[in-house]
Design a protein around this ligand. Sequence first.
Ligand SMILES: *Cc1c(COP(=O)(O)O)cnc(C)c1O
Length: 425
Amino acid sequence: MSRNEDLFTRAARSIPGGVNSPVRAFRSVGGTPRFIARAQGPYIWDAEGTRYIDYVGSWGPAILGHAHPEVIRAVQEAAVNGLSFGAPTEAEVEIAEALIARLPSLQQVRLVSSGTEATMSAIRLARGATGRNKIVKFEGCYHGHADSLLVKAGSGLLTFGNPTSAGVPAEFVAHTLVLDYNDQAAVEAAFAQHGQDIACVIVEPVAGNMNLVRPAAGFLQALRDQCTQHGALLIFDEVMTGFRVGPQGVQGLTGVTPDLTTLAKVIGGGMPVGAFGGRADIMAHVAPVGGVYQAGTLSGNPVAVAAGLATLRLIGEPGFHDRLGAQTEKLVQGLSARAQAAGVTFSADSLGGMFGLYFGAKVPTSLAEVSACDTQAFTRFFHGMLSEGVHFAPSAFEAGFVSATHDDAVIEATLDAAERVFARL
Ligand SMILES: *Cc1c(COP(=O)(O)O)cnc(C)c1O
């Protein structure tokens, strides 16, 4: 047995499925996950010492490349002063100010330790601030694993959702209305019927958890208009897109302003940091000022915040996102050209430092269209690339990520590998 197989077998004895987050188990592509021993820049090395070009980037945080020296130094310097105090620190104020300075929709933020906590807390806040119970989410958008968000559309139009996880009582999702992404008419119908009861709409303003799916023209503005008209709050879940698609997230690219924003991934630079924030009058409902309870033993952890602050400083340099976006475009255009040359049905899209690869003729606009792509072709591509030393996300329903260390040589090496793999498809 290889060392990866050996570790996977051993892991499965003490950890369910051998992993601490399901997608890592390679279930949708089959085979053995690589156990990672170390990472540097655009590369990861597995337990057998094999090097891969990495397009997962810890699912988004590694925007500067792995183990950026200045981020590591910030973590080391913070760590020697103590790991956690359970009391406020100056660094927490600095990161709050840094986030507020960068995203115009933020007037106040509260730090948490994950994206799940950020969205769960933002929804509780929206309900507390509006005094309403119902929430609207979209099929294919992932907002972490809080009970009320693990839900798919009900059987009828505008019926409330069904749980997608065992252990979630139907009553817990009875207030969650699930609509199709990019279906503006469905949003209008939902508000026409339930407008008085809807606390918030939560959306990935560019979806990255059903592969990459962009919002249709006018979709986000329609959400804004409906929320404003009916007194509901608009939550942009920018856990993935925040500081990934551009310096001000999707809200900066589209000019549509949410009431609340959730962040994580990039803002922790690889450490557990999340945040939710928005208008000061709404944030005034959060304890200890207001009646919406929210807390965390490790919230604002000094070592994690140090990594986040160093990351935000480095990605704030002029032209950072333009360069990142240009490299990502080189990757997806190169892949498209090579697929076409090999006669493989393929399309690709990118926005800033995130990208989508689709084994379908055109870029999808909904979960249904993503699901209609050829997942078997994806699986063959995935394993082909892995054997060529290129690590993409092990699922056709995930976006990919490029870092600032994916230079021309790294992109070229990827495209050369893809040429060989497409030829074998
Ligand atoms: C990753 C992600 C989450 C969950 O974040 P965790 O830190 O994994 O809890 C929530 N929303 C979106 C859009 C995400 O991409």
